[in-house]
Ligand binder design. Structure first.
Ligand code: PLP
Length: 430
């Protein structure tokens, strides 16, 4: 595997972009290597500048549930672009995508499109504060909700990878209304809501935390949180930027049968183009401008290209068969991995929920909080990552990230992946 062209581009990028990248975790620092520059993708495969081909499980960090360059998505984007890329006026595709999403998420009666998951979360928190007249909000250790100031507190992979618990440039005042709790501990939520009675506007969570490794929630926990929020008049926000249209067409909410008051979406709903959205109960959304006093706007919000890519993607997901197919593929991979995972039991833990998976070099049998993830050996992950790359499998370049299976992954891809895992684990663990 040569990386001459990637390496040359990276050298140039380092002179022009901080860290040579536009998003920190892309820089490969936590796996102690240099990033690869990709030039094209099709289905489950990506090809770098040096013409190395990989089976991809990063999938642009989640959006590409149909694989790279899905023909229907590409056609929709091309056809839309030919008629203009942005109008700054309402567009029929906003209505179409909104109908697809509200039809799938029982808890989303109205929705507003923005340009990123970060923006969606930022706006949802503002809305929750406007609705309740309260300032504080609760988040969980290890949950990532984008990079808005008040959310960069105990927040997930990019930060974990850099070893900074907080970001410079975030003022104490900004972080001061953010309460951080450990995940999967209902007693903590109850105590906190009692202590801050009447002060918390919202509780925000990734229903399945995917940004600090993969943390498995218990269904009772999610239902318990729902009940406590209702009892204390605190809005429950599910950040489904990853899990929305990933775990099911109704997201984690349908998967676990728990309904949030507000939901944030991104990634999959833009089909690989920049998008975010927040939505929920109609009485809460009624406060968003121009209907209400909570201001929020965007020059490119509801962009026709992004809406077209989203519609083409959701059209293939909403009928529901795609989720059985994805689960079949995930089960197939797990079964193919079983013999080697048995061999390395107690040293490497493979976790999976729907089409999301993770490898953690821990002796635990299940990861249910950030302290569990912290038992993971990230140096081992780095060696594993390198070994997988050498065998033509591209995993996200951090042990704090998850992998995504798409509908484009074939049984052959999955078998080859299992083989690569077996060889890489042998190389790393002996
Ligand atoms: C990716 C992500 C975000 C941020 O979305 P961006 O589009 O990167 O701003 C927010 N929340 C969760 C759960 C995410 O995974």
């Amino acid at each position: 595997m040569t990386a001459e062209k990637s390496s040359a581009l990276y050298a140039r990028a380092l002179q022009l972009l901080p860290g040579g990248v536009d998003s920190p975790v892309r820089a490969f620092r936590s796996v102690g290597a240099e990033p690869l520059f990709m030039k094209r993708g099709a289905g489950a495969r990506i090809v770098d500048e040096d013409d190395n081909e990989y089976i991809d499980y990063c999938m642009s960090w989640g959006p590409l549930i149909l694989g790279h360059a899905d023909p229907d998505v590409v056609r929709a984007v091309q056809a839309t672009a030919a008629h203009g890329t942005s109008f700054g006026t309402p567009h029929r595709f906003e209505v179409e995508l909104a109908a697809l999403i509200t039809g799938s998420f029982a808890g989303i009666e109205k929705i507003r499109f923005v340009n990123s998951g970060t923006e969606a979360v930022m706006s949802a928190i503002r809305l929750a504060r406007g609705f309740t007249g309260r300032d504080k909000f609760i988040k969980f250790d290890g949950c990532y909700h984008g990079h808005a100031d008040h959310l960069l507190v105990a927040a997930g992979s990019g930060l974990a990878t850099l070893g900074t618990p907080d970001s410079a440039g975030v003022t104490a005042a900004n972080a001061g209304d953010t309460i951080v709790l450990p995940f999967n501990d209902l007693g903590c939520v109850e105590a906190c809501l009692r202590q801050h009675a009447g002060q918390a506007a919202a509780l925000i969570m990734e229903p399945v935390p995917c940004n600090y490794g993969l943390i498995m929630p218990s269904t009772d926990y999610l239902r318990g949180v729902r009940e406590l929020c209702t009892r204390h008049g605190v809005l429950l926000i599910f950040d489904e930027v990853i899990t929305g249209f990933r775990l099911s067409a109704g997201g984690a909410q349908k998967y676990f049968d728990v309904r949030a008051d507000l939901t944030t979406l991104g990634k999959i709903i833009g089909g690989g183009l920049p998008v975010g959205a927040y939505g929920g109960r109609a009485d809460i959304m009624a406060l968003v401008a121009p209907d209400g006093p909570v201001y929020q706007a965007g020059t490119l919000s509801g962009n026709p290209l992004a809406m077209a890519a989203g519609i083409a993607t959701l059209a293939k997901l909403v009928p529901g068969a795609a989720y059985a197919e994805l689960r079949g593929k995930a089960d197939f991979l797990r079964d193919a991995l079983r013999p080697c995972l048995d061999t390395y039991r107690g040293r490497c833990l493979f976790q999976q929920i729907g089409s999301i998976f993770s490898f953690c070099f821990t002796d635990l049998e299940r990861v249910s909080c950030v302290d569990d993830i912290r038992t993971g050996d990230m140096r081992r992950f780095a060696r594993f990552h390198r070994a997988m790359l050498e065998r033509g499998v591209y995993l996200a370049p951090s042990g704090y990230e998850v992998g995504f299976i798409s509908t484009a992954h074939t049984e052959d891809d999955l078998l080859r992946t299992a083989e690569a895992v077996q060889q890489s684990l042998a190389a790393v663990l002996g």
